[in-house]
Design a protein around this ligand. Structure first.
Ligand code: NI
Length: 176
């Protein structure tokens, strides 16, 4: 038996652990499902709409998401070893935020439609077409698996300004 879900600490940038390239999952075992349960709980608690395992310091190719609105039933999505098998040529701007880059929102352009293949919570192979916010969210989370944050899509000036502020904030919290 596995213990009840645990809320894990979310790593905040800048942190070298967020730059690690995540490794594929060999098999979707009970241990992996327990990790996914923790990730979902951690994401809901934050609160956020997407979380990659590397953000809690586990560099495995696992993502959880839930884009349901507050008045809707939860719609958890578990993506293990996701791959984009098709992406549209059009670029769509969206305001993005990230639990590892708290309190900053910036516009990033990404393909508006993607098709992905992944393993679900049961380890079954799935394909999904995503557009609008789901497409953006999937691509944002998949960037995490490559050690990329949304701020890496911004100008160097904007990125260093944000990371500097986050560093300052961390120092304040450490000395508090
Ligand atoms: Ni993120």
């Amino acid at each position: 038996m596995f213990p009840a879900m645990t809320i894990r600490n979310i790593i905040v940038a800048p942190d070298p652990r967020l730059k690690v390239i995540s490794k594929p999952v060999d098999a979707v075992t009970d241990e992996m499902r327990a990790l996914m349960d923790d990730m979902l709980e951690t994401m809901y608690d934050a609160p956020g709409i997407g979380l990659a395992a590397v953000q809690i310091g586990v560099p495995l190719r696992i993502i959880v998401m839930d884009l349901a609105r507050e008045d809707e039933e939860p719609q958890p999505l578990y993506l293990v070893n996701p791959e984009i098998i098709e992406a549209s040529g059009d670029l769509v701007p969206y305001d993005e935020g990230c639990l590892s880059v708290p309190d900053f929102y910036e516009t990033v352009e990404r393909p508006g439609h993607v098709t992905l293949r992944y393993l679900d919570y049961q380890g079954e192979i799935r394909e999904m077409k995503a557009d609008e916010m789901l497409a953006t969210c999937v691509q944002h989370e998949m960037d995490h698996l490559e050690g990329i944050l949304f701020v890496d899509h911004l100008t160097r000036l904007r990125r260093s300004m944000i990371l500097r502020k986050l560093t300052k904030q961390k120092r304040l919290e450490e000395s508090a």
